[in-house]
Design a protein around this ligand. Structure first.
Ligand code: AHG
Ligand code: MN
Ligand code: MN
Length: 337
C-alpha cells in the first residue's frame, strides 16, 4: 500500500478556515475540537460494545418517556464533560435532559456559544451493530453574562453558527458546516485523528432513494401516502420506481442520502401531528447541513430553519434531502392541505 503523504487534519482545516474570519479568536475551533474529543471517546466505547458493559437499558427514561440506553447516558455525560471543561460553551440543551444545562462557573460563563445536541442518535440500533450518530447545533449566545439560559437555546435554525454530526459506522466520520459548505472527516483509528476525506459534500444531481418508516403508513397524511405511491411508480425518465432504504438512525439515513442522493421523510401522523424528530437537535442541524450541501429541509410548508422554537424538546415534521425531491413532497403536501 502506498502511504498517504497529503493529510489535512480536522484541526488544521478549521484553523485554515478561521483565517477567513479576521475577528475570530479561535473559540469555534476549540469548541469543535472539544466535540471531536468527546466523539473519539464515545467511538471507543461503541467499538467495544459487547466486550464492555455498555449495551442495554440504563433502567431510566428521558423527559420524552423514551427508555435511555447505557450508551445514551454515557455519550451525554461525555459531551457535557468535554464541553464544560472546554470553556467556550455556556449552556447545553440535550435530548437526555429536561432542562438547559447551564455552566455558571467562572470559566464557562465567559463562553460565547451554546449547544443543542442529540448525544446518541439511533439508539435502537445499538444492540444490532448498525450505524448510530451524534448530532450538534452551535449558536452564539443571546444573554450577555452568567451561565447560558433557555433564551440562548430557543433560536431558529437561521441563527446557527455551525452544525454537524458524527456517524459511528463502518468508519467513523465527523461532518460539519459553518455556513460555507459541508466537509467530512474520517477518523483514522490508528492515530486517533479526524482527517479530511470528503471535501465540499454536495447532494448528487441524480437522486433516487426515499427513506421513510413505512410501517407507519396507515397513520400518514394522504399527501405522504400519495408521494410514496409516486416514488413507487414506473417511469424510466425520472428513474422511478425509486429505491427504498431506511436504517432508523437519522444520521445514517441522512448521510447515505447525502452521498448517494435521496430524501428522508418523517411526517406528522395522526398519533403524532408534529412527527417524532426534535427541532433543536435533530431537524435544525440536519437542515443546515442539507442546505449547505445544495439540498433542502422543510416541514412541508416552510423551511425548517425558519421555525421559531417555543420549547426545548419540540418536534417538527421533517422532509430533507435532494432539493427536487423535497420540492416534490412539498407540492403534494400543499395540494392536500
Ligand atoms: P434517538 O435514538 O435519538 O431517539 O433518535 C431516533 C430517531 C431517529 O434517529 C430516527 O430517524 C427515528 O428516530 C426512527 O424512528 P422510527 O423508529 O419511528 O422509524
Ligand atoms: Mn435522535
Ligand atoms: Mn438520541
Amino acid at each position: 500500500m502506498v502511504p498517504r503523504t497529503k493529510i489535512v487534519t480536522l484541526t488544521q482545516f478549521i484553523i485554515q478556515r478561521q483565517s477567513e474570519y479576521p475577528h475570530a479568536k479561535g473559540a469555534l475551533t476549540r469548541l469543535l475540537n472539544d466535540i471531536a474529543t468527546a466523539a473519539k471517546i464515545v467511538n471507543r466505547e461503541i467499538n467495544a460494545a459487547g466486550l464492555v458493559d455498555i449495551l442495554g437499558s440504563s433502567g431510566k427514561e428521558n423527559v420524552q418517556g423514551e427508555a435511555q440506553k447505557k450508551l445514551d447516558v454515557f455519550a451525554n455525560d461525555m459531551f457535557i464533560t468535554a464541553l464544560k471543561g472546554g470553556g467556550e460553551c455556556c449552556a447545553i440543551a440535550s435530548e437526555e435532559n429536561e432542562k438547559v444545562i447551564s455552566f455558571s462557573n467562572e470559566f464557562s460563563e465567559l463562553g460565547k456559544y451554546v449547544i443543542a445536541m442529540d448525544p446518541l442518535d439511533g439508539s435502537s440500533n445499538i444492540e444490532s451493530n448498525v450505524s448510530i450518530g451524534t448530532i450538534f447545533s452551535i449558536y452564539r449566545r443571546i444573554t450577555e453574562v452568567g451561565g447560558g439560559t433557555i433564551e440562548d437555546l430557543l433560536q431558529p435554525g437561521v441563527n446557527l453558527v455551525a452544525s454537524g454530526y458524527i456517524i459511528y459506522g463502518s468508519s467513523t466520520m465527523l461532518v460539519y458546516t459553518t455556513g460555507k459548505g459541508v466537509n467530512g472527516f474520517t477518523l483514522d483509528p490508528s492515530v486517533g485523528i479526524f482527517c479530511l476525506s470528503h471535501p465540499d459534500m454536495r447532494f448528487p444531481e441524480i437522486s433516487n432513494i426515499y427513506s421513510i418508516n413505512e410501517g407507519n403508513y396507515i397513520y400518514f397524511p394522504e399527501a405522504v401516502k400519495q408521494y410514496i405511491k409516486y416514488c413507487q411508480q414506473d417511469d424510466e425518465s425520472s428513474g422511478r420506481p425509486y429505491t427504498s432504504r431506511y436504517i432508523g438512525s437519522l444520521v445514517a439515513d441522512f448521510h447515505r442520502n447525502l452521498i448517494k442522493g435521496g430524501i428522508f421523510l418523517y411526517p406528522g401522523t395522526k398519533k403524532m401531528p408534529d412527527g417524532k424528530l426534535r427541532l433543536l437537535y435533530e431537524c435544525n442541524p440536519i437542515a443546515f447541513l442539507a442546505e449547505q450541501a445544495g439540498g433542502k429541509a422543510s416541514n412541508g410548508f416552510k423551511r425548517i430553519m425558519e421555525i421559531n422554537p417555543q420549547t426545548l424538546h419540540q418536534r417538527a415534521p421533517l422532509f430533507v434531502g435532494s432539493r427536487r425531491m423535497v420540492e416534490k413532497v412539498e407540492s403534494y403536501i400543499q395540494k392536500y392541505a
